[in-house]
Design a protein around this ligand. Structure first.
Ligand code: SF4
Ligand code: FES
Length: 254
């Protein structure tokens, strides 16, 4: 028998006013939250706005808040939302009043926190990309590095492997520091900075340049060690640990 599920979806046409729409429909086996949003578009309301691209947890486009947890919609199954283990001690994410949400029977779908809503589940990622560019996330090869490829040993690769997995989904911006300080560079950006600082192929000059940015007040020193980012990240990047590593490195080099 095909089971019906209820959804409560945040709506906002970008004019500052928001409300929640309820939908109820049959859910087939293996249906993801992203599939459910397509179903809503196809059968109930074609104006529902949300982002996606790969549908395979790679592009990082479909980040949203599901039952008060920032998640990738394409990787979250409808049938497991209510039974999945949730990250502990998350901040309270509020997007507007939804006094009639029944957490036992309704799946609540909201945008990512700490970003401006453009429409429904689509948030403005411009600040995220602006801060991302500030950490200079690209290689500059050393002048004496003349090989066609810059090689690394397995142990050198191991140092940055976890950090390379970041898909820039923005889920970690659910950080309480990002909430109160719009100038805070952000967990993903700092994890990316550590990814380049620790890369054996990067020049000292480039390393110093990235460090000079991330050691400013609104970057590494602003992190209050909530580690919400570590608990939320869908790729195991552990940005909070990367921030700690930058801090430790800086202290030991003084
Ligand atoms: S660190 Fe994790 S949560 Fe943050 S943007 Fe990268 S993949 Fe997403
Ligand atoms: S659609 Fe690409 S990560 Fe979900």
């Amino acid at each position: 028998m095909v089971e019906k599920h209820k959804f409560l979806v945040y709506r906002n046409s970008g004019n500052g006013k928001s409300h929640y729409d309820k939908f109820e429909f049959p859910v087939s086996k293996g249906m993801s939250i992203l599939d459910a949003l397509f179903y809503i578009q196809d059968y109930f309301d074609s104006t529902l706005a949300f982002r996606y691209a790969c549908r395979g947890a790679i592009c990082g486009s479909c980040g949203m808040t599901i039952d008060k947890v920032p998640l990738l919609a394409c990787r979250t199954q409808v049938s497991t939302v209510k039974i999945a283990k949730k990250p502990i001690n998350l901040p309270e994410f509020k997007f507007g009043d939804h006094p009639d949400w029944d957490p036992d029977t309704e799946i609540l779908v909201e945008p990512l926190p700490n970003m401006t809503v453009l429409k429904d589940l689509v948030v403005d990622m411009k600040p995220f990309w602006k801060f991302y560019r500030e950490i200079e996330p690209f290689f500059e090869r050393e002048l004496n590095d003349i090989a066609p490829e810059s090689t690394q040993s397995p142990s050198q690769m191991k140092k940055i492997e976890r950090l390379v997995y970041c898909i820039l989904c923005g889920l970690c911006w659910a950080c309480p520091v990002s909430n109160k300080n719009p100038k805070y560079l952000g967990p993903a950006q700092l994890a990316k900075a550590e990814r380049f600082i620790s890369d054996s192929r990067i020049s000292n000059e480039k390393q110093r340049s990235i460090l000079s940015r991330v050691l400013k007040d609104d970057a590494v020193p602003a992190c209050e060690k909530f580690f919400v980012c570590n608990r939320i990240c869908p790729k195991g990047v552990m940005p909070g640990t990367a921030i700690k590593d930058i801090r430790d490195k800086n202290i030991s080099e003084r």
